[in-house]
Design a protein around this ligand. Structure first.
Ligand SMILES: [Zn+2]
Length: 376
């Protein structure tokens, strides 16, 4: 079983697929899944290749696995211990870009399904939702497949995302939600003038700083259960011409907000606008990602039970880190959990994964599929 996952992971790594390039990965995946009874539907958008692979189940319900074939750039190749797309295996370690994030996990899911097929184990309907646009803009990727599934009434009952969720050991952490992201550009307007003639000017920095202090002091309330408090950070502040004797006519600020599902975008927007109410200011809001959360319940319990059965460890149900494609699936009302390998080398020079992790993750995925039940 472990050899199947190892070999697939290596073949995927050997297909360079720097975002949003797929590098032929999804055709390769199709060649593995077709003999297992999967039908592929391509939902390409822009330069992005998206594939929905579906195997009609013997049991009721649909369980999906969502993942991405694109990887981040390698950085300086000469600093890698082995060439980043060589998939070199030394001792228990598979080296290469995408080993943890997340070609390893894709390989494990395919190996799990192959294993269950070979033993004629009855399964629910299985979907793989694979995009090549996760590490980049994420505008033509998973969201397009969700739109397609919605339009064709084929949304799954639950989704496992193969993002590398674990810290020390496979199964020690799943992510059941992520914070949302709002980015704001604020341009405070005043009137430029000579610093010796303030009566003829209106200092934009003097306008901006009290407003920014009020923004930094906003009380965002009690966070949703299991989430950290909303964080509001002023990340850039620029004003003035560089000359000491010129009162600035403009002052620019960037504000970055990571919010938990206890807050809503509209509420965040209103709070920022209210803090700037007495300023002549232009505010541009970018709601980069919506917060999402899968409630405690049978789906998360079942995943943790499978991890306990296979790996014998307790699982932390976490919400940390940046955003993920889970937001698009959660927005469609689907329970979402992220479970993959450890994440110690993701996006780094020298990305690698331990082969025993692939063995464990394959066994956990197999157990999850075997015991999946649709909740009424
Ligand atoms: Zn990833």
């Amino acid at each position: 079983m472990s050899d199947i996952a190892k070999n697939i992971a290596a073949k995927l790594i050997q297909r360079p697929s720097v975002t949003p390039d797929d590098g032929g990965c999804q055709n390769y995946i199709a060649s593995l899944l077709a003999p297992l009874g999967f039908v592929r539907t391509q939902v390409d958008a822009g330069d992005v290749i998206n594939s929905i692979y579906t195997r009609q189940g013997e049991l009721g319900g649909t369980l999906a696995f969502a993942g991405h074939t694109d990887v981040v750039p390698t950085g300086p190749v000469e600093q890698w211990p082995y060439p980043p797309f060589s998939a070199t295996i030394v001792d228990d370690i598979l080296h290469g870009r995408g080993a943890q994030d997340m070609k390893g996990a894709i390989a494990c899911w395919i190996a799990a399904v192959a294993d269950l097929c070979s033993s004629y184990t009855p399964m629910p309907t299985i979907q793989l939702l694979i995009t090549s646009d996760e590490e980049g803009e994420s505008v033509d990727g998973t969201i397009r497949m969700v739109e397609y599934l919605q339009a064709h009434n084929k949304l799954p009952d639950a989704v496992i995302i193969g993002e590398p969720s674990c810290s020390e050991k496979v199964g020690d952490t799943i992510r059941r939600g992520r914070r949302g992201v709002v980015q704001i550009k604020a341009v405070f307007h005043g009137k430029q003038g000579h610093s010796a003639y303030p009566q003829d000017a209106d200092n934009a920095i003097h306008r901006a700083t009290p407003a920014l202090s009020r923004i930094a002091a906003i009380d965002w309330g009690v966070p949703a259960t299991g989430f950290p408090a909303t964080s509001c950070q002023i990340t850039n502040l620029n004003g003035g011409t560089g000359a000491s004797n010129v009162i600035p006519g403009h002052c620019n600020a960037f504000i970055d907000i990571r919010y938990n599902p206890g807050n809503r975008f509209e509420e965040i927007k209103a709070a920022i606008e209210s803090a700037c109410a007495d300023c002549d200011v232009t505010l541009s809001f970018d709601h980069v990602a919506t917060a999402f959360s899968t409630a405690d319940g049978p789906f998360l319990d079942q995943i943790c039970t499978s991890i306990q059965r296979i790996a014998g460890i307790e699982t932390l149900r976490d919400t940390g880190g940046g955003t993920s494609d889970g937001r698009f699936l959660a927005a469609a009302g689907i329970p979402v959990a992220e479970l993959g390998t450890t994440n110690s080398t993701i996006h780094q020079v020298g990305e690698q994964v331990a082969l025993h992790e692939l063995t464990t993750l394959t066994a956990i995925y197999t157990d999850i599929i075997k015991h999946f039940e649709v909740q009424p």
